[in-house]
Design a protein around this ligand. Structure first.
Ligand SMILES: Cc1cc2nc3c(=O)[nH]c(=O)nc-3n(C[C@H](O)[C@H](O)[C@H](O)COP(=O)(O)OP(=O)(O)OC[C@H]3O[C@@H](n4cnc5c(N)ncnc54)[C@H](O)[C@@H]3O)c2cc1C
Length: 293
């Protein structure tokens, strides 16, 4: 008969305690939190939980659905290094395509098992030994490490502009887009001239509506209530619609010229395509990707 002495049990428990994996909490399943989870899993660390307040992964790319949404650095760089995607449809791919990419990577990496969706972490407390996490009055457990991947752009803010509350037209925020809004033929004032503002203006042009972009520090106080762009123009601080249009046109023309030059280099007489066709078959395989097409 074997009887384990209390001291042996104690030693064994102490050893297993030391050998156990670190318990890790990641807050947020956007690009960052999900990428971290996949890397932890790849490193063999499986005792982790990703808490996500929404019902799926993607963060920024899940929440933003405004027309014209795309990344503003090339997609081939705006991707996970461990999940290159040779099938991007554009150099600066549209938002829904980026969200589909994130979902595909999540599926392929089988990471959703580690994510607790619909869980908003509301408190993180250090008790001297561990981090205690909670969602409201629900205890989420204790962890050795907590990684915040909550992003910082998912709380839409409206500028503090007099009269905004009583504006009679449609008022939308790019981060809370209402897809039922009718734009065709309307006059649109866009507050903010960052990436999102510029993309919305470009998209409005395609939808046959007139758009002007205002700097977010420009007051919208048109005296006759007709032209929200006019006062900003007078203040001389706004990007005028025509300037925005010209900028977009130049961008479009520049991209077109580069595309045509590449096309000539590839397809033209003595071009690269003819050279590639002469290569042995083995070296002409499709690029590898860990994202299923
Ligand atoms: C319209 C737009 C376009 C952009 N384009 C580019 C670009 O082209 N190139 C670029 O480099 N960057 C771009 N960015 C910045 C972009 O936000 C980052 O590149 C990146 O997507 C941020 O990922 P993230 O995981 O850190 O944060 P997020 O994508 O914000 O994800 C954070 C996640 O945490 C969750 N969360 C937050 N709080 C809690 C909580 N308390 N409990 C549980 N879950 C929580 C959120 O629901 C969300 O899913 C863009 C941003 C926007 C808004």
């Amino acid at each position: 008969m074997s009887v384990s002495s209390p001291s042996r049990t104690h030693r064994a428990k102490g050893a297993s305690d030391m050998l156990r994996q670190p318990r890790i909490a990641v807050i947020g399943a956007g690009f960052s939190g999900m990428g971290l989870g996949i890397r932890l899993k790849g490193a063999g660390l499986t005792d982790f939980t990703i808490f996500e307040k929404a019902s799926t992964v993607g963060g920024t790319w899940r929440d933003n659905t405004y027309p014209g949404l795309s990344c503003d650095i090339p997609s081939r760089y705006y991707s996970y290094s461990f999940a290159p995607n040779p099938y991007w449809s554009k150099s600066f791919s549209p938002g829904p395509e980026i969200q589909r990419y994130i979902e595909k990577v999540a599926k392929k990496a089988d990471i959703k098992k580690w994510i607790k969706f619909g869980t908003t972490v509301t408190s993180v407390k250090w008790d001297g030994r561990h981090w205690q996490l909670a969602a409201g009055d629900r205890d989420l457990g204790e962890f050795d490490f907590v990684v915040s991947a909550v992003g910082f752009l998912h709380h839409p803010t409206f500028p503090d502009i007099d009269g905004l509350d009583s504006f009679a037209g449609t008022l939308v925020h790019t981060a809370q887009w209402d897809s039922s809004t009718q734009w065709a033929g309307k006059r649109v004032g866009v507050i903010g001239t960052g990436s999102s503002g510029t993309q919305v203006v470009g998209s409005c042009r395609r939808r046959r509506c007139v758009a002007g972009a205002l700097r977010e520090d420009t007051a919208v106080d048109d005296p006759d209530g007709q032209d929200p762009v006019q006062p900003a123009r007078k203040a001389g601080r706004a990007i005028r619609p025509r300037a925005v249009e010209a900028h977009l046109r130049l961008l479009g023309e520049g991209a077109g010229r580069v595309r045509r030059a590449l096309h000539r280099a590839w397809r033209g007489p003595g071009g690269l395509q003819a050279g590639a066709a002469r290569l042995p078959r083995r070296s002409r395989g499709r690029p590898e990707s860990c994202v299923p097409s």
